[in-house]
Design a protein around this ligand. Structure first.
Ligand SMILES: *Cc1c(COP(=O)(O)O)cnc(C)c1O
Length: 416
């Protein structure tokens, strides 16, 4: 396996290496894995060294329950500056009246959105899990399914597209208190205006769970749910390329309810190192370089989708508008789960995912991480050809790995 140079900013070799070589080895091994295999997991990306620096900073030591200017702990005047910066940058970036940057994760953001708007037992209409809804959209194994009465809409089994007439008719029948739009594997833009209309007709709140596309929204490469949804939930670590965490956006009239739903209702101390890293990421995402990145992510995903279709895979919805695509590898004689294993062995890291026909499993791929590495459309075509060859078992494992190393060697995620 090629040796990966470790930039000093990533792993200050001295402190951890000297004190705890066992753990330092794990960090190095993971950096090596990320640098020498292809990260096609649609939810992943490579944060910048600046974001990593904020995460590994002494802000991690600070307790800060509450909000800037109104904390339950002393000594918060400096971390308050970090949170105010994060909030101001998020508001400006997304054109939102209010932003809450404290949710520890995307799921925490969704929990807080429900807490702000709903009571236990309320009916909620969301994309069903077998069609691409997230755990927090009504899984019986999750708080959402336990505490709310979820009704699921699906996608058309033939086109893979959301059937807005079905959503409307379910809303009319079930009169939900909230409609949730957002998915873990929907490759197309959602029609937020249509969801708004459906929610209004039912007298329901509209919650957009934009965990996946929010980074594209930041870069102007996808439509924004902010003008349409009562509350937008998001992650900061997917296409947006920030630290692992969540965020909420809403109008001024819901600001107080949303803030109280995060703290003190569902969380206590904010993670100030992460909040600071979110501010760094929002700063990065507001520049022209990020807009160019977001558009390249989509261009790459489109090329990857087309090239995979040319290789004989069945591309759900026929393509993509976003950073992610889902494909059925069945025409190549392998199902999604087996395909994921075969690809992993060759160094192509992907997820298995739902397909429009819910009893079948496909593959979900995303281009956020490889695009951060600087790969372009030529590399997407090569990846598609390689992926298909691996699935057809036409290529010895070693040859596939060598091809992957050729790519990752030319496009290191953290060039030294
Ligand atoms: C990723 C994702 C989440 C959850 O994010 P975590 O940070 O893993 O909790 C929620 N909703 C959707 C639609 C997602 O894609």
């Amino acid at each position: 396996m090629p040796v990966t140079r470790t930039p000093d900013t990533l792993l200050p070799a001295d402190a951890l290496g000297r004190q705890d070589p066992e753990l330092a080895e794990v960090l190095l091994a993971e950096l090596g894995r990320q640098s020498t295999t292809l990260q096609l997991v649609a939810a992943e990306n490579f944060t910048s060294p600046a974001v990593l620096a904020a995460l590994g900073s002494p802000l991690v030591n600070k307790y800060a329950e509450g909000y800037p200017g109104a904390r339950y702990h002393g000594g918060c005047e400096i971390v308050d500056v970090a949170e105010r910066l994060a909030v101001e940058r998020a508001r400006a970036l997304f054109g939102a009246e209010h932003a809450n940057v404290q949710p520890h994760s995307g799921s925490s953001a969704v929990l807080a959105a429900y807490a702000a708007l709903l009571r236990p037992g309320d009916t909620v209409l969301a994309m069903g899990l077998p069609h691409g809804g997230h755990l927090t959209h009504g899984s019986p194994a999750n708080f959402s399914g336990r505490w709310f009465d979820f009704v699921g809409y699906g996608v058309d089994p033939d086109t893979g597209l959301v059937d807005y007439d079905e959503v409307r008719s379910l809303a009319r029948t079930h009169r939900p208190k909230a409609v949730v739009c957002g998915s873990i594997c929907y490759p197309r833009h959602l029609d937020y205006a249509a969801f708004r209309e459906i929610a209004d007709e039912a007298g329901a709140y509209l919650i957009a769970d934009a965990a996946h596309p929010i980074g594209l929204v930041a870069g102007g490469a996808a439509p924004s749910p902010v003008p349409y949804a009562d509350v937008v939930c998001a992650t900061t670590h997917k296409v947006l390329r920030g630290p692992r965490g969540g965020m909420l956006l809403c109008g001024a009239e819901l600001a107080e309810r949303v803030d109280r739903a995060v703290f003190p209702f569902t969380q206590s101390g904010a993670q100030m190192h992460t909040v600071a890293a979110k501010a760094v990421a929002f700063g990065e995402a507001s520049g022209p370089a990020f807009a160019a990145y977001a558009h390249q992510v989509v261009a790459n995903a489109r090329v990857l989708a087309k090239a995979l279709a040319d290789e004989g895979l069945d591309v759900v919805t026929g393509g993509t508008d976003t950073h992610l695509l889902t494909v059925d590898p069945a025409p190549l004689g392998v199902d999604g789960r087996a395909a994921r294993g075969r690809l992993a062995a060759a160094g192509l890291v992907v997820d298995a995912c739902a397909l429009p026909r819910p009893d079948e499993r496909g593959l979900r791929l995303g281009t956020a991480a490889v695009t951060t590495q600087g790969m372009g459309e030529a590399e997407m075509t090569r990846i598609a050809v390689l992926l298909a060859a691996v699935l057809r078992e036409e290529l010895p494992g070693r040859a596939a790995q060598a091809e992957v190393h050729g790519l990752t060697g030319r496009f290191p995620p953290y060039p030294g």
